[in-house]
Write a protein that binds this ligand. Structure first.
Ligand code: DGL
Length: 272
């Protein structure tokens, strides 16, 4: 199976696009809903939680894991790839969502880009760093949106507060650079707020969401890494796990995944 991990529901917005593009593989999703949000936590804690999730998915047999969470990708991915994999899981692979989005920004020729993300992602500087490795002339401004993940995770995206919060964050972002050509929704929870973002972001600015970008990049990765592609099972399975109440997960996950979801509750690490 291809493992997918997020702090909660957000990674389902990415998995939905990946499953659509690559339906032949099996997928195992893990949402750490019991410990969300990650975006306001320290990088050290996010690393530890992500390592536990990765260990869980590898123990379930995944040869490849997508960390479909920008916060976890920014805080933990490099260390997991460089230290944890060689020591504990040689021959397995973990990919994130920051690098594919940075590549897409440059490939699409975006010149002035706004990043909307969690506090953890903004503070990590991962987007400016990754984009500037590819093209140092792209202008980037960022805005942290700490209240959006709790709103979305509560299933309250239709609530008036969601509209007020999105309007305020977009205004703050545009006050940093009013000539943006692109805004990246750099948190996998935000696509469910897309209609509200579109309402508050001027039409001349393109909005990028990560699902389609990650799906294309993963397809390309699997074509270039046949040795790992051959190890992924293909029985039409989609398995969903959460660290919190699974009946609640099933009810809300549908909004993110776009199809009915039946999950089981699992435990990660020693502290749950
Ligand atoms: N979905 C996560 C991301 O893409 C953030 C959620 C959280 O704060 O835990 O960054």
């Amino acid at each position: 199976m291809i493992g997918f991990f997020d702090s909660g529901f957000g990674g389902l917005t990415v998995m939905k696009d990946v499953v659509r593009l690559l339906p032949r593989y099996d997928y195992l999703y893990l949402g750490d809903n019991a410990r969300i949000p990650y975006g306001t936590r320290s990088a050290g804690i996010v690393f530890e939680f992500t390592r536990q999730a990765v260990d869980y998915l590898f123990k379930r047999g995944c040869p490849l894991i997508i960390v479909a969470c920008n916060t976890a990708s920014a805080a933990a991915l490099r260390r997991i790839q460089q230290e944890h994999l060689p020591a504990a899981w040689p021959g397995r692979r973990v990919l994130g969502v920051v690098r594919p989005a940075a590549e897409a920004i440059v490939e699409k020729g975006c010149r002035r880009v706004g990043i909307l993300a969690t506090e953890g992602v903004v503070e990590s500087g991962s987007y400016p760093v990754e984009v500037h490795k590819l093209d140092p002339t792209v202008e980037i401004v960022q805005q942290a949106c700490p209240i959006l993940v709790p709103i979305v995770e509560a299933g309250e995206q239709e609530w008036k507060t969601a509209d007020v919060a999105v309007a305020a964050y977009v205004k703050m972002l545009l006050s940093r650079n009013d000539g943006l050509d692109t805004i990246l929704l750099a948190c996998t929870h935000y696509p469910v707020l897309m209609p509200i973002f579109r309402q508050h972001i001027p039409d001349r600015i393109s909005i990028l969401e990560q699902g389609p970008l990650v799906a294309e990049k993963l397809k390309d990765y699997l074509e270039r890494h046949r040795w790992i592609e051959e190890r992924i099972s293909r029985n039409g399975e989609r398995i969903f796990c959460t660290t919190d109440r699974n009946e609640r997960f099933d009810r809300l996950a549908r909004l993110f995944y776009g199809a009915p979801v039946t999950s089981t509750m699992v435990r990660l690490g020693d502290n749950l």
